[in-house]
Design a protein around this ligand. Structure first.
Ligand code: AMP
Ligand code: FE
Ligand code: FE
Ligand code: ZN
Length: 283
């Protein structure tokens, strides 16, 4: 059986394994195909490709921070993008803008924490991101170091990064994101679309509209979905002719989920690869 995990993070964003460590870990976890999908960056592609062990097929991708403006306040959501041309100017500029806003936003959050006497600093937090796409897990790491919380999960509670010190980040309009990825020859899959544990979710009607714009798939099997939510997403994908994926959303020690905890069927993976024209899979 081919084991395929299409959603994994490295130190190029908020994962804790370097891209090279991630591709090795994928083989150790018994995966045949793995996608590297860091938040708003392709920064891990080169290292992952160079370190790719024989026997592992590498899918180059990213997870784009998006927002749907159909309701007030707008709902944030994540779009997985696969096999797009990273040099396509519009998409590359979008990603660069998202990353630079992440920096400003993280610095703002650190400033607010410091104003309340929390003993962390911007150099410390930005050091944890080490030049990658910075996010709240890097701030969580500083809160753990300072002894204020024990786990990343605790740092996301409402008294910390979940609400009290929450600052929104700039996101791409989801329709523009679908179009930009398509224009770059890539394929989009809506990540954990029904994960109510993460906050508000979008109505099915939006997914119908996105499918019309070229959305290619829905991630059904994900740890943040209940069995009912997985079944619902699967059914909706069937009705709309979208592919169904399953993936771990591995983040190293920033989350408890293991590589390959959820996987994608070979037929769905084949359709994604066949539809993409931006860059080839490696291996
Ligand atoms: P950000 O992208 O800066 O808004 O931070 C959100 C990221 O933190 C998500 O991509 C998650 O992967 C990660 N994360 C880790 N633990 C949690 C948690 N308990 N709740 C929400 N996000 C989490
Ligand atoms: Fe993340
Ligand atoms: Fe996500
Ligand atoms: Zn993710």
């Amino acid at each position: 059986m081919t084991r395929i995990d299409l959603h994994c993070h490295s130190t190029a964003s908020d994962g804790t394994l370097t891209p090279a460590e991630l591709v090795s870990a994928a083989v150790e976890a018994g995966l045949d195909v793995m996608a590297i999908t860091d938040h708003d960056t392709t920064g891990g592609w080169e290292e992952a490709a160079a370190a790719r062990p024989a026997g592992l097929t590498l899918v180059r991708g990213a997870e784009l921070s998006c927002r749907w403006h159909g309701v007030e306040p707008a709902i944030p959501l994540h779009l997985l993008a696969y096999l797009f041309d990273p040099a396509e100017p519009r998409l590359a500029a979008d990603l660069a803008r998202l990353r630079s806003d992440r920096e400003q936003r993280a610095e703002k959050i650190v400033g607010r924490l410091r104003a309340d006497g929390v003993d962390i600093s911007w150099p410390e937090v930005s050091g944890y991101a080490a030049g990658g796409s910075i996010g709240r897990p890097h701030i969580a790491q500083a809160l753990i170091r300072a002894g204020l919380v024990r786990t990343t999960d605790e740092a996301f509670a409402s008294r910390w990064l979940g609400a009290r010190y929450f600052v929104p980040k700039a996101d791409l309009d989801v329709f523009e994101a679908v179009r930009a990825v398509r224009e770059a020859g890539g394929v989009t899959v809506f990540a954990h679309p029904n994960a109510t544990v993460r906050g508000r979710i979008v109505p099915d009607k939006l997914i119908v509209d996105l499918a019309r714009e070229g959305l290619f798939g829905l991630e059904a099997d994900h740890e943040d979905h209940t069995p009912e939510q997985r079944a619902h997403v699967r059914k909706l994908a069937g009705e709309l002719g979208l592919v169904v994926t399953g993936s771990s959303d591995f983040h190293g020690t920033h989350k408890t989920v293991r590589l390959g905890a959820f996987t994608t069927e070979l037929a769905a993976y084949g359709k994604i690869v066949a539809a993409a024209t931006g860059v080839p899979v490696l291996g």
